[in-house]
Design a protein around this ligand. Structure first.
Ligand code: ATP
Ligand code: MG
Ligand code: MG
Ligand code: MG
Length: 473
C-alpha cells in the first residue's frame, strides 16, 4: 500500500528517534533573533544557536521536519520537477556528538532497510567530495557498490568564515523515462543536471572552521547536519512524475481545475506550469502568513506580495474569474493538518489577508495586463527586445506588478525588462518619497490592510509589530 506524506514524514522522525534523537518541532518561518536571514530556509538554519555553542541542547542528537522557504527557487517552480518556494526539510543533527560513520551507516539503513524506506540500492547514488576518503569508505562498508559512489568537486559546504566541511549528496535514479539530457551531455550523471537523477538528501560533515585568514582548522567537536526534501521523497514513494502529483499538492490542483474555465491538468504544458505555480504559492503564502508575516513592500512582505500576485496572474492564464486564492487556504490547512494543525485553526485569518491582498491587486490587474500585453505587442512590431525602465516602473507603481513578475511574463513572450532603467526610476521615487512621506502614511497602509480582519487578539499585536518595520523601511 502506498504511504501518505504524513506517514513518510513520521517514518523519518521515528527512525532517528530510534537512534537516540529528540524530535524538534518545526520552527516558525520567520527567523528569531537572526537578522541575517529573511526566511528559515533549511533545518540547520534553526539550529545555529546549538552549532555556535550559544545554547547547549538537552540532547546533542536532534531531528526535525522543518518548513523552509527559498526565494532563490521561485522561478524554478513548475519548470523543474523538484523545486518549491515552501518545502519541508527532514533532517538529523549531531551537535558535537556522532560523526561520519554513524551519519552514513544510518542513512543507508533508513533508505534501504525493508523496515524503513526499503528502496532498491541499485537506484541510489552517493556523491562524495573527492578528497573525503572516509565518506567513501563508510558508504562502501554500508554496502554501496563502488560504481554508485561518485566524486564531485563541488561537494564542499562553505559559506565563508565559520564551520565548513565536505558533504555527500544522495540521488535517486528515477529511470530512463526521466532523462532530459543526451547520453553524451557532460551534465548527464548523478550530481549533474539530469532530472533523471533526483537529489533527495544532503549530508554535511562539518569538520573544519574556515578561519578569517582563509585557512581550514579542524573543529574540536565535529557536527552533522542533513537535509532531505520531503516532497521529493514523497514523489518517489507515490510514483509521481513530479512532486506535484502527490497527496501534498493534488487536492490544490484539483480545486484550481474546478475554478478554471474548463482547463485540465496534464493537457497542456504551459497550463500545467500555472497549476503548479498556484499550488506551490498557495502553500507558501498560507504558511508565511500563518507564521506572522504580512504582504508589504519590503523584505518578507514583498516576497508574500510577489507570490500572491504571481499566483493571481497564473490564475488569469487559466481563465479563473475573480479572486480565488483565499479558497485554497483551507485546502492547504487540511493537507497539512496532521503535522501543522495551527494552519487549519488560523485559516479564516489567513484567507482574509490573502483575499484583501488579492482584491487590492485585482483592481489594477486587468489594466496592468492590458498595458503589458500592449508593450510586448509594440516591441514585437518594431523588433524591439526590451521593455523600458519607465514602463516597467509604471507597471509596478500604478498597477502593482512586481518587476520580477513583469520580467517573467516578458521572458515567456521573448522579451526582457530594462532592470537598470527600472531601478533608476525606483530610486527617483524613493528620493521623492524620503522628502514627502512620513511614517503616518505607511501606518495608514498597514491599517488599511488589517482593517477588516478579525484575528485572535494577541496574534494581531504580534503581526502588526512584525511588519511595521518592513513597511516603513
Ligand atoms: P537542488 O540542487 O535540487 O536545487 P540543493 O542542493 O539546492 O537542491 P540543499 O541545499 O542541499 O538543496 O537542500 C537539502 C535538500 O532539500 C535537497 O537535497 C532537496 O531534497 C531539498 N530541497 C532543496 N531545495 C528545495 C526546493 N526549492 N524545493 C524542494 N526541496 C528542496
Ligand atoms: Mg538548489
Ligand atoms: Mg544540489
Ligand atoms: Mg544539495
Amino acid at each position: 500500500k502506498e504511504l501518505s506524506s504524513s506517514q513518510i514524514r513520521q517514518m523519518y522522525l521515528d527512525f532517528f528517534q530510534s537512534k537516540g534523537h529528540t524530535i524538534e518541532p518545526s520552527a516558525s518561518l520567520v527567523p528569531k533573533d537572526d537578522p541575517s536571514l529573511l526566511w528559515i530556509n533549511s533545518g540547520v538554519a534553526t539550529m545555529k544557536k546549538y552549532f555556535s555553542g550559544q545554547v547547549v541542547p538537552g540532547n546533542p542528537r536532534l531531528t526535525s521536519s522543518q518548513k523552509s522557504i527559498r526565494t532563490n527557487d521561485i522561478e524554478n517552480v513548475g519548470r523543474t520537477a523538484r523545486h518549491h518556494t515552501l518545502f519541508e526539510m527532514l533532517g538529523n543533527f549531531s551537535v558535537g556528538d556522532y560523526f561520519k560513520k554513524e551519519a552514513i551507516t544510518w542513512a543507508w539503513e533508513l533508505l534501504t532497510s525493508p523496515d524503513w524506506f526499503g528502496w532498491d540500492p541499485e537506484k541510489l547514488y552517493m556523491t562524495v567530495y573527492p578528497k573525503d576518503a572516509d565518506a567513501k569508505m563508510y558508504w562502501e562498508k554500508a554496502g554501496v557498490a563502488p560504481d554508485h559512489i561518485i566524486p564531485v568537486e563541488d561537494n564542499f559546504w562553505d559559506i565563508g568564515e565559520g564551520p565548513s566541511g565536505p558533504d555527500s549528496e544522495i540521488f535517486y535514479d528515477r529511470g530512463e523515462s526521466f532523462n532530459n539530457l543526451a547520453a553524451d551531455d557532460p551534465e548527464n550523471y548523478p550530481g549533474g543536471e539530469n532530472e533523471r537523477y533526483l537529489e533527495v538528501w544532503n549530508i554535511v560533515f562539518s569538520q573544519f572552521n574556515h578561519e578569517p585568514d582563509g585557512s581550514y582548522k579542524p573543529l574540536p567537536r565535529k557536527n552533522i547536519d542533513t537535509g532531505m526534501g520531503l516532497e521529493r521523497v514523497v514523489s518517489i514513494f507515490q510514483n509521481a512524475k513530479t512532486n506535484f502529483e502527490t497527496d501534498l499538492f493534488l487536492p490544490l490542483i484539483e480545486k484550481t481545475q474546478a475554478l478554471s474555465d474548463g482547463k485540465k491538468y496534464g493537457a497542456d504544458a504551459e497550463d500545467d506550469i500555472s497549476f503548479k505555480v498556484i499550488a506551490d504559492h498557495a502553500r507558501a503564502i498560507t504558511f508565511a502568513i500563518g507564521d506572522g508575516a504580512l504582504p508589504g513592500n519590503e523584505g518578507r512582505g514583498y516576497v508574500i506580495r510577489r507570490l500572491i500576485r504571481r499566483a493571481v496572474v497564473n490564475g488569469q492564464k487559466l481563465g479563473i474569474q475573480g479572486a480565488f486564492l483565499d479558497q485554497l487556504v483551507p485546502i492547504v490547512g487540511e493537507i497539512m493538518q496532521s503535522y501543522y494543525p495551527e494552519v487549519l485553526q488560523q485559516k479564516d485569518y489567513i484567507a482574509k489577508i490573502v483575499r484583501s491582498e488579492e482584491d487590492r491587486f485585482g483592481e489594477t490587474l486587468t489594466g496592468g495586463l492590458d498595458l503589458l500585453n500592449g508593450l510586448i505587442a509594440d516591441l514585437k512590431k518594431t523588433g524591439g527586445k526590451q521593455i523600458a525602465g519607465p514602463d516597467a516602473f509604471k507597471l509596478y507603481d500604478t498597477y502593482g506588478f512586481p518587476v520580477e513578475l513583469t520580467q517573467e511574463y516578458a521572458i515567456d513572450q521573448g522579451v526582457t525588462v530594462d532592470q537598470d532603467g527600472f531601478k533608476a526610476e525606483m530610486q527617483k521615487q524613493k528620493d521623492r518619497a524620503r522628502n514627502a512621506r512620513g511614517k503616518q502614511k505607511a501606518m495608514g497602509l498597514q491599517h488599511d490592510l488589517l482593517i477588516n480582519v478579525k484575528t485572535p487578539s494577541d496574534y494581531v499585536g504580534y503581526t502588526q509589530l512584525e511588519t511595521h518595520s518592513e513597511l516603513t523601511e
